[in-house]
Design a protein around this ligand. Structure first.
Ligand code: SAM
Length: 261
């Protein structure tokens, strides 16, 4: 039946995603830097600046295995905190920041834990690593001030479930932010970008990571992902308000945001 076929396809997709990330985990940073010519760092900075992190916040970063987003949030919180500590009226015990990093793949979480140690954040109690599925989170309703997902939602089986879960775990007033590779519509740049993604990325994957197939899959998954407007309407359908998006580099990536009101 077509239902059975769909189920097989979905199972294959989760297995494929799991294989892809197990295979790329160790080359992950190098490939990100090469493919985005270092720009992914600026995009992640931009995502965190839109979040406006604050000491005492409860935050959930989903598909956050490498810790890239969580470290930025924590470093922002720590710098606000150290400035506030100079104020004699400030009571640091009042706030306990909790930043949960949730990822389905234990290899990616291990990469993140290792990098936390390298960054001097190994003993920071605010960072909490959790193995889990974005489509069925184990966190309570209305428990988070913020939710981020960077380069993660494109790989899930049911985008709607992820958005529903994000809405469920956020408190009222909580912010949803998603950074994702998106669609370029600018003429000429679009042709150049297509050539870059279909020819150069898989070749780079083969050369650097010895894995053309995973990077071929990555490029195809970008093409299949809904465009900016469609994705914004899916976020609104999940119940978010004030949904907007910002294109970076002509839509190579987009940051979508929404509020739970
Ligand atoms: N957010 C990090 C970053 O920006 O560098 C990592 C992004 S990486 C491209 C995508 C991550 O999504 C992988 O670590 C993968 O294990 C995770 N992932 C895929 N499907 C997931 C799911 N259903 N639930 C949670 N994490 C998932």
């Amino acid at each position: 039946t077509s239902f059975g076929f769909k189920e097989v396809q979905e199972e294959e997709k989760s297995q494929m995603v799991s294989n892809v990330f197990s295979s790329v985990a160790s080359n992950y940073d190098l490939m990100n830097d090469l493919m985005s010519v270092g720009l992914h760092r600026l995009w992640k900075d931009r995502l965190v600046s839109k979040l406006s992190p604050f000491p005492g916040m409860k935050h959930l970063d989903v598909a956050g295995g490498t810790g890239d987003i969580a470290f930025r949030i924590l470093e922002t919180v720590n710098s606000i905190r150290s400035r506030a500590l100079q104020d004699p009226c400030y009571d640091p015990l009042q706030e306990e920041t909790e930043i949960y990093v949730c990822d389905i793949n234990p290899n990616m979480l291990n990469v993140g834990r290792k990098r936390a140690i390298e960054r001097g954040l190994g003993k920071d109690k605010s960072l909490i690593w959790v193995e889990g599925n974005a489509e069925a989170l184990t966190f309570q309703d209305n428990s988070m001030d913020g939710y981020t997902i960077a380069f993660g939602i494109r790989n899930v089986t049911h985008i709607e479930k992820v958005l529903d879960e994000a809405h469920r775990v956020l408190k009222r007033g909580g912010r949803f932010l998603c950074l994702e590779l998106s669609h370029v519509e600018v003429p000429v740049f679009k042709e150049w970008y297509d050539y870059y993604s279909f020819s150069i990325i898989p070749a780079l994957g083969e050369l650097v990571a010895g894995d053309r197939e995973s990077y071929q899959y990555l490029v195809e998954s970008i093409r299949r992902f809904p465009n900016q407007e469609k994705f914004a309407s899916m976020i609104a359908d999940a119940g978010f308000r004030k949904v907007e998006y910002e294109n970076l580099v002509g839509g190579v990536v987009a940051i979508h945001s929404g509020l739970k009101l």
